[in-house]
Ligand binder design. Structure first.
Ligand SMILES: [Zn+2]
Length: 72
C-alpha cells in the first residue's frame, strides 16, 4: 500500500482518480468503514475517510455496457 499525498488524497475525496483523473469508480469489498474502490482504468484505492487513502496498484476493470466490473 502506498499512502497518498495530501493533494492526491483531496483529489480522491472529491471523486477524481489521482492517477488518471477518471470520475468513474466501482466499489469493491469493504471491511468496517473502509472501502476498496477502483476507477474505470483499474487504479485501486483503499478509501476510509477521514483517514488518508492509499493506492493499491492496478487491477482489471472491464466495461460491460454502462457498468464497470472490477476484479478486486
Ligand atoms: Zn485511475
Amino acid at each position: 500500500m502506498e499512502e497518498l499525498n495530501e493533494e492526491d488524497d483531496k483529489k480522491l475525496m472529491s471523486g477524481k482518480c489521482p492517477k488518471c483523473n477518471s470520475k468513474h469508480f466501482v466499489e469493491g469489498p469493504s471491511g468496517g468503514l473502509a472501502m476498496n474502490i477502483a476507477c474505470e482504468n483499474g487504479h485501486r484505492f483503499w478509501f476510509s475517510p477521514p483517514f488518508t487513502s492509499a493506492y493499491q496498484g492496478k487491477i482489471k476493470v472491464e466495461r460491460d455496457g454502462d457498468l464497470l466490473r472490477a476484479y478486486f
